[in-house]
Design a protein around this ligand. Structure first.
Ligand code: THU
Length: 156
């Protein structure tokens, strides 16, 4: 993660992690999940230093819904971002955060498109004081990404 406090980069990184988790928790109330009742919120840190949030948005036509993580990624891309450093994810039934909420496979793959998996921090949080930290590489090992297509498609 980017650090700004050169004297204490560890404290700075911890402050960024807490900020991301706080943003995800604050936005959880915006989740629209009347069908599953499972509310999810994500806060995504872009390389620019800006944070973008997303929540799951369900639909009466079930497959039309979207997960919180992808919503955050697409929100950020639509604002001009291209690369990400970290994401905090919170969620649970009826918006109660009881357990760590792991990203689904499709969201892992979408995140993979815009980061270095070994450098992408994923925070699975119950609170600002209780979270698991991993990388996207942990969650999606030996992944297929844009580089995998180099030389095969003309637009890469
Ligand atoms: N959900 C997410 O938002 N993110 C995930 O990674 C897992 C699942 C949402 C989708 C759906 O609205 C609800 O949780 C139940 O699957």
């Amino acid at each position: 993660m980017n650090t700004q406090n050169e004297k204490n980069p560890a404290a700075d990184a911890e402050a960024i992690r807490r900020k991301l988790i706080r943003r995800a928790i604050t936005q959880l109330k915006a989740s629209y999940a009347p069908y599953s009742g499972f509310h999810v919120s994500a806060a995504l840190l872009a390389e620019s230093g800006k944070i973008y949030t997303g929540v799951n948005v369900e639909n009466a036509s079930f497959p039309a819904g979207i997960c919180a993580e992808r919503n955050a990624v697409f929100h950020a891309i639509a604002c001009g971002e291209k690369r990400f450093r970290a994401i905090a994810i919170v969620g649970g039934p009826h918006g109660e955060i009881r357990d760590y909420c792991t990203p689904c496979g499709i969201c892992r793959q979408v995140l993979r498109e815009f980061c270095d998996p070994g450098e992408m921090t994923v925070l699975l949080a119950k609170s600002v004081n209780d979270y698991r930290e991993m990388t996207l590489e942990d969650l999606l090992p030996e992944s297929f990404g844009p580089e995998s297509l180099t030389g095969f498609v003309s637009y890469i």
